[in-house]
Design a protein around this ligand. Structure first.
Ligand SMILES: [Zn+2]
Length: 335
């Protein structure tokens, strides 16, 4: 199905239909979500699934948005949510999750060159070097496993095969998300041992933390057209935490980011962010903590007015070509 959509978008683009469609005024609001960007070739010991685009593709997308869309920063979006800023035409809000260093090194200079605002959601502990990106560690374990096969959640994986290694990483990440907060450290240690990884766990944690921005970089962004939002403290899945822990994740990350950056933190993105990763109570806690809006990772866009300020849908545009990307943002329902 995806293949057909890519071909269709290519045909529409070459016939000039995408440009024509773009001229038909439609007041849709698209919140776009990026994770990692990279320069070819992609070389990483960590999780490849969090890389969304190359620098070139990102540049093309930003150029397209600048030419064809209104681009809202956080303040514009809040004004819009409060009924003070109606959409004039297609509008995008650009968001980046997780605080990776490539967001600073690749995305930031391009956004700056085009004078485009964006919201970067920062998991406090990752930048503070007090917790680890579990999805990266688990991917590292699988890539560097010395055992040839492993059983995860009653399913066997042949680690000599690339497809099985990818699946094993997905399974481990899924399994991790089911752990309670005080079990997660043990879970990582256990799989580090089970997979026979030779590099000591602390060394892998240090390596992984170098993939993230530091506070000086986050501060620089916050003074240059980039708004910092919270991505909680630990980046654990909120729905799996008891309410007190969820509240702490939301309240503390807001307060500590505000102290660190000396500015109000007004938005939050729920970690992982699909339907099963946060609840109605999470949304109530986010509102109670003082956030003005919260973002999910549920795919979607909003017509004229956002329905739920505490579960704003986002699109990740994991398209393979510029035509497909344009089609995705012009005809989101179809593509
Ligand atoms: Zn995240």
């Amino acid at each position: 199905m995806k293949g057909k959509k890519i071909l269709l978008s290519k045909a529409m683009d070459s016939l000039g239909l995408l440009e024509t469609l773009n001229n038909i005024d439609r007041s849709n609001l698209y919140v776009i979500n990026y994770h990692r960007l990279y320069r070819n070739p992609l070389e990483t010991q960590f999780n490849t699934k969090v890389f969304t685009h190359t620098e070139e593709i990102f540049y093309e997308q930003i150029k397209w948005f600048k030419k064809n869309y209104d681009i809202f920063g956080e303040e514009d979006l809040i004004q819009h949510l409060e009924g003070n800023r109606p959409l004039k035409r297609r509008t995008v809000v650009l968001t980046f999750d997780d605080g990776y260093l490539d967001n600073y090194e690749i995305a930031y200079p391009i956004l700056k060159a085009f004078n485009i605002p964006a919201i970067f959601f920062i998991p406090y502990n990752q930048v503070d070097r007090t917790s680890v990106a579990w999805w990266d560690l688990l991917a590292y374990f699988v890539k560097n496993a010395t055992v040839k096969a492993v059983c995860i959640a009653q399913k066997w994986f042949d680690l000599t095969q690339l497809t099985d290694r990818d699946m094993a990483t997905c399974y481990l990440c899924w399994h991790y998300q089911l752990q309670s907060l005080n079990e997660t450290g043990h879970f990582l240690q256990q799989w580090h041992t089970k997979l026979g990884v030779q590099t000591p766990l602390e060394e892998i944690e240090d390596l992984s933390q170098k993939e993230f921005m530091n506070w000086d970089q986050v501060k620089e962004l916050s003074r240059n057209n980039i708004t910092i939002g919270s991505h909680t403290m630990s980046h654990n899945v909120l729905a799996n935490l008891i309410l007190e822990e969820q509240e702490r994740e939301l309240v503390n990350s807001k307060a500590l980011l505000e102290k660190k950056l000396d500015q109000e933190i007004r938005t939050v993105a729920y970690p992982v962010g699909k339907e099963q990763h946060f609840t109605e109570q999470t949304k109530e806690l986010a509102e109670k903590a003082g956030y003005r809006a919260a973002f999910s990772f549920i795919k979607g866009y909003s017509k004229d007015q956002i329905q739920d300020k505490y579960s704003i849908p986002r699109m990740d545009l994991c398209s393979l070509s510029t035509s497909h990307f344009k089609a995705q943002t012009l005809l989101a329902k179809v593509f």
